[in-house]
Design a protein around this ligand. Sequence first.
Ligand code: ZN
Length: 61
Amino acid sequence: MPIDPPETVYVTEKTVACDGGEGALGHPMVYLNMGEDGRIDCPYCDREFILEGGPADQRVA
Ligand SMILES: [Zn+2]
């Protein structure tokens, strides 16, 4: 399955750790803290982290 960055990652906590995952997008581990909007972009790999059930979680059930 191809990965088309930026990737959206749904998480269950407002504090997330990102190391870019496997392959070319890998980067040093960084910790990101979401604000009240429940989402944050990783400044290294542009992944978007969204809090499950949070205000930025707009998935259709
Ligand atoms: Zn990252």
